[in-house]
Design a protein around this ligand. Structure first.
Ligand code: LMR
Ligand code: MN
Length: 645
């Protein structure tokens, strides 16, 4: 048997050693022969040739008609656009008026081409209605199947539609490690969903799709220009952003009282913005959405779509306050819409208004107690307040729900942290492992959330590996003057060293004096330690490290820093030992489980995107200079363009 498989694999018949294709060809030839024999017999009994001709004509006609219909339906050829462009040239106001009164009759006489277009469009509608009906049927089955699901689970599907592009919660502090999203191109405009235009996104419950009527998004005025609107929608479906935008801009100029057309102008601008990476275009989209909402004849459902799009685009442009206000307006219109409320909560969080966000999520959890999105966000807020015990079940239930918006590194990050801080270390470890398995962390130890994926990650680095031999030499040869400058600031004006404020500390006292942050020099502080700053000035990879800081760090005896990770893998951290006490149990640092200590006048380099923990158990203070540098594998272009942290 063993010989059979290889020969079979190569397409040879084992017995005859001839190609299978050869055999197959013979079989085909045989078949053709017998077929032609059959035809020969059939010929004798066939009906008169005229019938055959008729049948062929019918077949050809059917093929052509269906060919036209399917190419039109799937947008292979946009007949309607072609026809409309052709006919538009001849249109006058009177003609339009007449067409609006008697569209079909008028068109067929005045514009035979257009009426042919209308015919195609009618076929198009028929086919899509057919599919909609099919989909509705599917939803009935689906509804039955899911009738046992909890109310919130069903609501989550809406959130899936609504909150996928929800903006992240942004933390202002650099080292809080609570940053929220992995690095991704920031210039991409919010996602455009032309599907939502048909009102699908607006469905409150998937089950509602079974009700035949789509939510009303067309005003009476829009209905009058429905065929034009459909042409534009097709352009959107075909992702022809700019074309669609120009089309709707023209359309709304001549039909300024049509909110749906205005909304679609906004959607087209939004698509163009994302295709051309143009922020001004997003501004135009926002204006269009705003105009649509303000129209007196704007249907409520269209208001919802427009306000949603407006808020998302405002948020994308960093206009956080208007984005919040828009979302608030939306929530006033739909006070029980969980998806809208969830997004409102995020808007509050992005502005640091945690208590307002908390109230929103309380309301969501009252309406839908198992809502995963609200649970993780509530957990996040409660954790920030320092209530670790209370945060755990919220974050756990939320992440366990697997619902959209819950599978984010930050929630696993905080769940693990809360577990660790309440002595549930084994569970914390499991959460970190799970986060790593799910691809939310680079590893169970490297849990930074703003990453460049290709960069080598390891806890400790030598100066050679980090490409900073010269920097290290300069720091180490000047360490005494650096130390003296630090001590002079500490001695004379102790108040200048600020308390660590990122809740990383468990016990004790930890203060810092910052010289550079996010690539910016602190002029006031540098004036007090000029030598140190001038040394750093000559280290472009430290001076220009917009994802790091340069600071003196002093730790008093009895200080313990919780295990934590920095926000990004784009930097490495140098520690220059300045005052290192050796009394008691001394001071030490563990990174990814590996213990190290400092030496006066020596530089230690580690990657703080790996979990690290510090103990200061000496009898006097410990003082170091922290100098962050760009990761050696980043390109010059990346160093210029990566966002600051
Ligand atoms: C850290 O970078 O988190 C700490 O190691 C800083 C310090 O002062 O030890
Ligand atoms: Mn740290």
């Amino acid at each position: 048997m063993s010989g059979v498989y290889p020969s079979n694999l190569h397409g040879y018949d084992v017995k005859t050693n001839k190609s299978r294709y050869h055999n197959a060809r013979l079989r085909v030839q045989d078949a053709q022969k017998s077929k032609s024999d059959d035809v020969g017999t059939a010929k004798i009994e066939s009906s008169p040739p005229t019938n055959k001709k008729l049948i062929s004509i019918l077949v050809v006609m059917t093929v052509v008609t269906w060919g036209l219909a399917t190419t039109a339906y799937f947008g292979v050829v946009d007949y309607k656009a072609i026809l409309s462009r052709g006919t538009r040239l001849t249109r006058t106001d009177i003609a339009e008026f007449a067409a609006s009164l008697y569209p079909l009759q008028y068109d067929s006489v005045r514009h035979p081409l257009r009426s042919f277009g209308n015919l195609l469009s009618a076929m198009d509608d028929f086919i899509s209605d057919f599919f909609v009906a099919e989909r509705a049927r599917f939803h009935i089955i689906d509804k039955r199947r899911t009738s046992l699901m909890s109310a919130s689970n069903r609501l989550k599907r809406i959130i899936d539609l609504g909150s996928r592009d929800t903006e992240p919660v942004v933390e202002s502090k650099a080292e809080t490690d609570q940053v929220v999203e992995a690095d991704k191109p920031k210039v991409e405009a919010p996602k455009t969903s032309t599907k939502s235009d048909s009102g699908e996104k607006a469905a409150k419950d998937p089950g509602e799709v079974t009700k035949k009527k789509k939510p009303k998004t067309l005003s009476d005025e829009d209905k009058r220009i429905l065929s034009e609107i459909k042409i534009g929608e097709k352009l959107l479906q075909q992702k022809k952003g700019e074309k669609a935008w120009k089309f709707f801009k023209d359309l709304t100029k001549t039909n300024p009282d049509c909110p749906k057309a205005k909304y679609l102008e906004g959607k087209a601008a939004e698509m163009t913005a994302s295709q051309q990476r143009s922020n001004p275009m997003i501004g135009l989209a926002i204006e269009a959405f705003s105009t649509a909402v303000q129209m007196k004849n704007c249907p409520k459902e269209l208001k919802k779509l427009s306000l949603t799009a407006k808020s998302e685009n405002e948020g994308f442009l960093g206009r956080m306050k208007p984005a919040l206000e828009t979302q608030r307006t939306l929530a006033r219109l739909y006070p029980k819409d969980v998806s809208i409320l969830n997004k409102l909560g995020v808007r509050f969080l992005m502005l640091g208004k945690n208590s307002a966000a908390k109230k929103v999520y309380q309301e969501v959890l009252r309406l839908a107690p198992n809502d995963g999105f609200a649970l993780v966000h509530m957990g996040f807020i409660v954790k920030q307040e320092g209530s670790w015990e209370e945060a755990i079940p919220l974050l756990k239930k939320g992440t366990d729900s697997n619902e959209p918006g819950t599978q984010e590194g930050k929630f696993y990050f905080h769940l693990g942290d809360a577990l660790h801080r309440t002595n549930r270390t084994a569970e914390a470890k499991a959460v970190y492992e799970q986060g790593a398995e799910r691809g939310l962390f680079r590893s169970k130890y490297q849990r930074s959330l703003y990453n460049v994926e290709r960069l080598t990650g390891k806890p400790f680095w030598t100066p050679e590996e980090a490409g900073v031999k010269e920097y290290v030499r300069r720091l180490e040869s000047n360490w005494k003057s650096i130390r003296d400058e630090a001590l002079s600031v500490m001695d004379m004006e102790k108040g200048l060293f600020l308390l660590e404020e990122e809740s990383l500390k468990d016990t004790g006292e930890w203060r810092q004096f910052t010289l550079f942050a996010r690539g910016h020099r602190d002029e006031n502080n540098c004036r007090r330690v000029p030598k140190t700053c001038s040394i750093i000035e000559r280290m472009p990879n430290a001076r220009g490290c917009r994802r790091g800081q340069v600071k003196f760090s002093v730790m008093m005896p009895g200080t313990h820093v919780w295990p934590h990770t920095g926000p990004t893998n784009c930097r490495l951290r140098m520690h220059l030992g300045l005052v290192i006490p050796r009394t008691g149990s001394g001071a030490r640092l563990a990174c990814a489980g590996e213990m190290r200590t400092w030496t006066e006048g020596k530089v230690l380099i580690f990657d703080d995107s790996f979990e690290h923990e510090v103990w200061q158990e000496a009898e006097s203070f410990r003082l170091i200079l922290i100098v962050d540098i760009w990761h050696p594998e980043l390109t010059e272009q990346e160093k210029k363009t990566l966002t600051s942290i």
